[in-house]
Design a protein around this ligand. Sequence first.
Ligand SMILES: NC(=O)C1=CN([C@@H]2O[C@H](COP(=O)(O)OP(=O)(O)OC[C@H]3O[C@@H](n4cnc5c(N)ncnc54)[C@H](O)[C@@H]3O)[C@@H](O)[C@H]2O)C=CC1
Ligand SMILES: N[C@@H](CC=O)C(=O)O
Ligand code: NA
Length: 436
Amino acid sequence: MKPVKIGIIGLGTVGGGTVNVLKRNAEEIARRAGRQIVITRASAKDLTKQRICDTQGIALTTDPYEIISDPEIEIVLELIGGAGAVKDMVLAAIANHKHVVTANKSLIALHGNEIFAKASEQGVIVAFEAAVAGGIPIIKAIREGLSGNQIQWLAGIINGTGNFILTEMRDKGRDFYDVLAEAQALGYAEADPTFDVEGIDAGHKLTILASIAFGIPLQFDKVYTEGITQVTRADVEYAEQLGYRIKHLGIARKTQEGIELRVHPTLIPERRLIANVNGVMNAIVVKGDAVGPTLYYGAGAGADPTASSVVADVIDVVRALTSDPENRVPHLAFQADALHNIPVLPSQQFKTAYYLRLNAEDKPGVLADVTRILAKHQISIDAIIQKKPTDDRALVPIILLTQITLENEMNAAIAEMEALPTVTGRVNRIRLETLG
Ligand SMILES: NC(=O)C1=CN([C@@H]2O[C@H](COP(=O)(O)OP(=O)(O)OC[C@H]3O[C@@H](n4cnc5c(N)ncnc54)[C@H](O)[C@@H]3O)[C@@H](O)[C@H]2O)C=CC1
Ligand SMILES: N[C@@H](CC=O)C(=O)O
Ligand code: NA
């Protein structure tokens, strides 16, 4: 059989890694795909830049459209990133009947509904395994491996940069921005690293996971996102004293009222496997009604791990080249005409337990005021720690763990606690999930 010709647009961390893996494992890949896969062309912004891959035998250009319109190329690998100009490139590739493999979660989360509709019209595949949790085959696991289940919830550490930062801060006491700079140097971070630390990247990934788990359209605008910048060393220590770890999680949960889609720092019991996932590693727990809880673990970022997913997608596409488009795995796991518009809940309707930390004056009655406010909002307390004063102004940190409550009630209770004359500053809240 003739080799399949592919073109890559974007030769940075993931593009370079993909060239390396495709070259290094060419023989095994051909045995799996049934055909040889050859990168004939690649586009890069700067042709003189030093790369992590050898581009020998690959015709280079600065113009991605030369690849997108090349009649010889069957699969275009979009490894540039961003959701602006790249969207037009991907739509142009689809219009030219090319299959597309992408690692771009922002593109899929923001424009996936349109892109998949256009791809289906043209009978081509848009594959995106690398877009969620780097090297972990989580898309395939949910879309194919768990397709017999009703998915009840999923929760995951789905940003490698954020987990790397939290781990280094906790284990080595390192400075936030120092670790972020290292994550950038290692190629883990997004072009705009606020996407990593403010939870936007995790929000993009959660959008995709929720869609394939529940059969709903992609809707990033409804994801609640909170980043890791407000997590303090004190919170990490208090959480540990109470038997918890703080992880930045993306959580999608189907409830009677609708779907919760939220990204935020979360206390998790330290005995859970996911609480012990460190560094750039990612992990996702998916609970199906038939299978029960399942856990997927692996590198969430980096050149070779991400390339592992890109190349697996390329092989899938090659295997499917001769299949009838009607019989292919649907892009979003459910048939395109069978997606449901289940409401995504506003954050006020989330139900979760909480860790609260507040600074109060060291006076009798303060704790009673706080517990009275919580009781008024029907919030039950699971644990309280009152620390010794932190300074000569005699402020005492009070740490509380609550039982599951409605976020709306918690918002009201926090506002009342902050208004107490004996409470100084903001009440720091972190949501808590037992993930049982
Ligand atoms: N770095 C990682 O670990 C992971 C990245 N991703 C995603 O993979 C994609 C690529 O990310 P990275 O490789 O990390 O970024 P990168 O910045 O290392 O590489 C992107 C490359 O595209 C080039 N480029 C920009 N505009 C171009 C144009 N018009 N034509 C040709 N090349 C152009 C840039 O010069 C750069 O070399 C992004 O969507 C990212 O979110 C996904 C999973 C993991
Ligand atoms: N910036 C992302 C890259 C992979 O998706 C991350 O750190 O997880
Ligand atoms: Na993946």
